[in-house]
Design a protein around this ligand. Structure first.
Ligand SMILES: Cc1cc2nc3c(=O)[nH]c(=O)nc-3n(C[C@H](O)[C@H](O)[C@H](O)COP(=O)(O)OP(=O)(O)OC[C@H]3O[C@@H](n4cnc5c(N)ncnc54)[C@H](O)[C@@H]3O)c2cc1C
Length: 392
């Protein structure tokens, strides 16, 4: 596998690097470099507006809708450069998930109403799929949408809804018929979060951050115009949405940035008369993580650019997700170990002995436990791999 990119692609990489260097605000870079994944609304929008002005707000979209018209190499290099530079991840729900569904299944009126706000970043979305008793087994969802003339009336709740507290709209799956197989009778609806009867209840993470919520619906009326696809056929829309992500699943660029921080940390943590760099047991673990990450990098490139390429990933995406999240967690676990007893403090003070903030590192370590649960837990991904690759 030749990992070299041609001169044109390298020119593009340099352009992205220089753009991020000049336009990424310091306060946003600082938050992302502390491994914060979900930023305050204002930060998400400020960075998106910078990208939008450059024509890079929604680069993966078709050009006629405002996409950048990039090649696969350019998409890959863009994702990688913004990750290495500690720029925020793209806002996923509107840009990466809903918009392509609207382009595929939505009406012209829905595309005209919603795509412009997503493109500019002025309108933020959240994803209402999971429920208290429907996560891995998503099709058993029960939150009901009953037809009442030209409206649906929604009752029930969604949970683990990331960003519900900052979003303007939610797209979600709702039960419109319980008579057939559980995958049937599900309808894909878009809901204005300011609708009467919507209550957002924060769920605080173990380390104290507020990223996810439970959202309750009490007789919430949603116009039939806000349905994507046919009634009872939302499962097909959801499957399309869940198969969309191709670039960045493995988060190699982000993990390379974290690994760089881990090495800097090892240099600054004092142990006896030296630093952690002199601790061969610790540094062996760092080397092991780096080797695993480099192997994942090559695997991802092979999937994306190897013979046959990969128009839409199946089990390959599951492999990248499992390995990518395991390595992310290993790196942050090592950073947590490097802090010793300071790791338990989780308070925002710089360590008196060392030049780093143990609270941020400890919080990141705990926060990233989530990555092997969300977007399809790693156990579920392993079942997909077992079926598709091993034929089990
Ligand atoms: C931080 C975070 C953000 C999230 N954001 C969103 C969001 O924005 N929108 C949204 O809709 N959802 C969101 N989710 C929900 C997420 O998709 C679910 O948590 C996930 O699908 C797992 O479902 P569950 O929590 O109900 O666990 P369960 O499905 O109950 O699983 C519990 C455990 O059992 C394992 N398990 C379950 N079934 C099997 C099986 N068949 N074989 C082997 N092991 C199995 C799982 O791997 C897991 O370890 C988020 C979750 C987290 C943690």
């Amino acid at each position: 596998m030749d990992m070299k990119f041609d001169a044109q692609a390298e020119g593009f990489r340099a352009e992205v690097r220089s753009f991020v260097e000049s336009n990424l605000p310091d306060d946003i870079r600082a938050k992302v470099s502390e491994e914060e994944m979900i930023l305050p609304r204002d930060m998400m929008q400020r960075w998106h507006h910078e990208l939008f002005k450059q024509g890079w707000g929604c680069p993966s979209w078709p050009v006629e809708h405002g996409g950048a018209g990039w090649s696969d190499e350019e998409h890959y290099l863009f994702e990688r450069e913004i990750a290495l530079a500690d720029a925020p991840r793209p806002i996923p729900y509107g840009v990466v998930m809903l918009a392509p569904c609207l382009m595929e299944y939505g009406s012209k009126a829905q595309q005209e109403k919603f795509l412009p706000g997503i493109l500019t970043g002025d309108q933020l979305w959240c994803q209402g799929f999971s429920e208290p008793n429907a996560g891995s087994d998503l099709a058993s969802l029960k939150c009901r949408a009953e037809r009442d003339g030209d409206h649906y009336v929604i009752n029930g709740s969604k949970t683990w809804t990331s960003d519900a507290h900052v979003a303007d709209w939610m797209f979600g799956l709702f039960r419109t018929d319980s008579s057939g197989r559980k995958q049937q009778g599900i309808t894909f609806l878009m809901i204005d979060m300011k609708s009467e009867g919507v209550t957002i209840s924060p769920l605080e993470n173990f380390e104290g951050t507020h990223e996810v919520n439970q959202v309750f619906f009490d007789n919430v009326r949603v116009s039939v115009d806000n349905r994507v696809g046919a009634e009872n056929e939302g499962w097909g829309v959801a499957k399309y949405l869940l198969g969309l992500e191709r670039f960045g699943t493995a988060e190699v660029g982000r993990s390379l940035a974290s690994l760089g921080r881990l090495k800097t940390l090892a240099k600054t943590v004092k142990v006896g008369s030296g630093t952690l760099l002199n601790d061969s047991d610790f540094m062996n673990e760092v080397a092991r993580a780096e080797i695993a990450l480099r192997a994942l990098e090559v695997t991802e490139q092979r999937f994306l650019f190897g013979p046959g390429g990969s128009e839409s990933m199946g089990a390959e995406a599951s492999m990248l997700k499992v390995r990518g999240t395991e390595i992310q967690q290993d790196i942050l676990e090592l950073a947590h170990q490097a802090l010793g007893y300071h790791a338990h403090a989780m308070i925002d003070v710089a360590s008196p002995e060392n030049d780093h903030n143990p609270a941020a590192i400890a919080k990141a370590h705990y926060n990233f436990r989530k990555t092997s649960i969300y977007a399809g837990s790693n156990e579920i991904q392993k079942t997909i791999i077992a079926k598709a690759v091993l034929g089990l």
